[in-house]
Design a binder for this molecule. Structure first.
Ligand code: HEC
Ligand code: HEC
Ligand code: HEC
Ligand code: HEC
Length: 228
């Protein structure tokens, strides 16, 4: 029995020590609180170097490529299910013969019926090398009622700026890759907003395949393009 008393003494002493240490800890001010004011270091940083509203919109960075986009025209991509919105380069301004209605003021059938079949082709320079003629003709993509626009396979009107919608009907996998960023090329930079090249910035819709390209100079010396 007598042995238990010293033990009790030790326990009491330990309790006292713990209370003392806890008191000290409370008096010591952490480097993350400004003594007395209770203001955190993060609050102080925010006060001294605040992030503007614009920065908050872009996820704590004010970087944008807006300044690099002053001389290009873009359109918002109208995709169905794809997640984040993005833009693509407008095409209409690049089409030499636009507006087509300067000659095509009437539907194509009316224009063609007024001409003899022996007349030279108006668009003789367009040499189609895309899909088979049984799959694709001029009016598969061009709207014969209004040549200032394209059309889908079911006859809905599509503006030239949104020609990727026409391509996407048959090349749906490639179009998804394009929307996701795995096919094509981003314009100007990686900061927002996201702007990408349109399909026809790279592919001629009438002859969309790329020629085989060889490096101008290889280890064996200069190589002629397209040979081998
Ligand atoms: C300088 C006048 C002119 C302009 C500009 C013009 N076209 Fe034509 N186009 C014609 C004529 C004339 C025909 C009918 C004769 C023919 O088929 O060659 C024709 C025919 C066509 C055809 C049918 C071809 C065929 O073989 O069935 C298509 C498609 C067409 N044009 C598209 C366009 C588009 C798209 C534009 C604008 C980007 C355009 N054209 C601008 C004069 C023009
Ligand atoms: C696969 C779809 C498709 C088919 C098929 C097609 N076109 Fe086009 N065509 C386009 C698109 C898209 C453009 C606009 C290209 C761009 O963005 O520069 C265009 C542009 C044109 C232009 C304007 C070229 C210029 O720069 O002025 C003419 C003219 C034209 N097409 C005529 C024709 C004719 C004639 C045929 C049939 C022989 C034909 N197209 C077949 C999709 C097509
Ligand atoms: C009506 C369906 C259809 C439409 C619309 C269409 N394509 Fe095609 N495309 C095809 C078919 C079919 C082929 C031939 C595939 C093959 O030979 O393996 C092809 C071939 C191609 C190729 C060549 C592939 C290769 O390397 O051989 C490219 C590039 C291409 N299309 C791009 C486009 C672009 C860009 C557009 C929009 C302006 C478009 N296509 C619209 C059906 C279509
Ligand atoms: C930045 C330029 C660029 C853009 C934009 C672009 N392409 Fe391509 N595309 C290419 C190149 C380069 C190739 C590869 C050609 C090769 O390897 O022979 C290619 C290949 C293809 C092929 C054939 C390859 C395959 O796997 O079948 C198709 C079809 C095609 N592109 C369709 C499209 C469509 C549709 C769009 C728009 C939604 C598009 N491309 C946008 C440059 C581009």
């Amino acid at each position: 029995m007598s042995l238990q008393y010293p033990k009790l003494g030790v326990v009491t002493l330990l309790c006292l020590l713990i209370t003392l240490l806890a008191g000290c800890a409370a008096a010591w001010s952490s480097p993350f609180t400004e003594g007395g004011h209770g203001e955190s270091l993060l609050d102080r940083l925010q006060e001294e170097a605040p992030l503007g509203d614009e920065a908050a919109e872009h996820g704590a960075t004010s970087l944008t490529i807006d300044a690099l986009l002053t001389d290009v025209e873009t359109v918002a991509v109208e995709t169905g299910a794809q997640g984040t919105p993005f833009q693509t380069l407008a095409r209409t301004g690049h089409i030499t013969q636009y507006p087509c209605s300067s000659c095509h003021s009437e539907p194509l059938a009316d224009l063609q019926s007024a001409l003899s079949t022996t007349d030279p082709k108006a668009h003789w320079s367009i040499d189609m090398a895309h899909a088979d003629r049984s799959v694709m003709q001029c009016t598969t993509c061009h709207n014969p009622e209004n040549l200032d626009t394209l059309q889908t396979l079911t006859g809905s009107k599509v503006e030239f700026d949104h020609s990727y919608q026409v391509c996407a009907q048959c090349h749906s996998g490639l179009a998804e890759d394009w929307a996701g960023g795995a096919h094509g090329k981003r314009v100007a930079g990686w900061a927002p907003p996201r702007v990408v090249n349109n399909c026809t910035d790279c592919h001629n819709p009438h002859q969309p395949a790329w020629d085989i390209r060889w490096p101008a100079v290889t280890s064996g010396g200069a190589k002629e393009q397209g040979t081998q």
